[in-house]
Design a protein around this ligand. Structure first.
Ligand SMILES: Cc1cc2nc3c(=O)[nH]c(=O)nc-3n(C[C@H](O)[C@H](O)[C@H](O)COP(=O)(O)O)c2cc1C
Length: 206
């Protein structure tokens, strides 16, 4: 039974374009994998703390020396890592904020890049055999030929960090020009529909 991990990071709920794309993806993936299991990790509901001194103390201490307080402080990070390692396909729905991913997604990444769990002590990625789909919504468009393509930090960053932990089978659906919906030039439904073929193709990878 394949497992799909769905990571959501937009605060805009029903208005969100990235959440619209993930909903399309999940529906298609379940059609392709009727016995599949979907795990949703909504980062807007996960209360992820930023890295602190006590967190770092626990992070750098060898597990056999962990105190109950250290175990406690790493519990959520451990849970997120387990969730990631149990998934066969990971889908990340994300807005672009100031040319990068939103802070909550960066906080998630700080929790799942863990020495000895997802990253080897020699710097090698330990997460293998997984596909990842990034469903990105941005006000502007950064695809080939765009005069602002060089500002597409969010895509490069996500691809890089996924590669660092070992995930190289990555598909990106760039939901650019989402501002056309906010400006009333098109509807949310019509906007999302333009990405349906790309989303369906990405949901067929396994
Ligand atoms: C704080 C903030 C920063 C943004 N920065 C960018 C940006 O740098 N580039 C861009 O193309 N769009 C930017 N946008 C527009 C969003 O990417 C766009 O509204 C997108 O649809 C958000 O994803 P969502 O609909 O899933 O929430 C920004 C929006 C907000 C609220």
């Amino acid at each position: 039974m394949p497992t799909l991990l769905v990571i959501e990071s937009s605060p805009r709920r029903d208005l969100s374009m990235s959440r619209g794309l993930t909903a399309m993806f999940v529906a298609q993936w379940l059609e392709n994998n009727p016995d599949g299991h979907v795990v949703e990790r909504d980062l807007m509901e996960s209360n992820l703390p930023f890295v602190t001194m006590p967190w770092l103390g626990a992070y750098f201490a060898p597990p056999e020396q962990h105190t109950p307080e250290m175990k406690d402080i790493l519990r959520l990070s451990d849970e997120l890592v387990e969730e990631l390692l149990e998934a066969d396909h990971i889908v990340i729905g994300t807005p672009v904020y100031n040319y990068n991913v939103p802070a909550v997604l960066k906080a998630y990444i700080d929790h799942i890049v863990r020495k000895g769990k997802t990253l080897g002590f020699a710097g090698e990625g330990l997460v293998h055999g997984k596909a990842c789909t990034i469903l990105m919504a941005s006000g502007g468009s950064y695809t080939q030929g765009s005069p602002i393509k060089d500002r597409d930090i969010a895509t490069s960053y996500l691809k890089l960090i996924l590669k660092v932990i070992g995930i190289e089978d990555v598909t990106v659906v760039a939901g650019g020009n989402a501002k056309s919906v906010d400006m009333g030039q098109t509807t949310r439904t019509a906007f999302l529909e333009t990405f349906a073929p790309q989303v369906a193709a990405a949901a067929s990878v396994d």
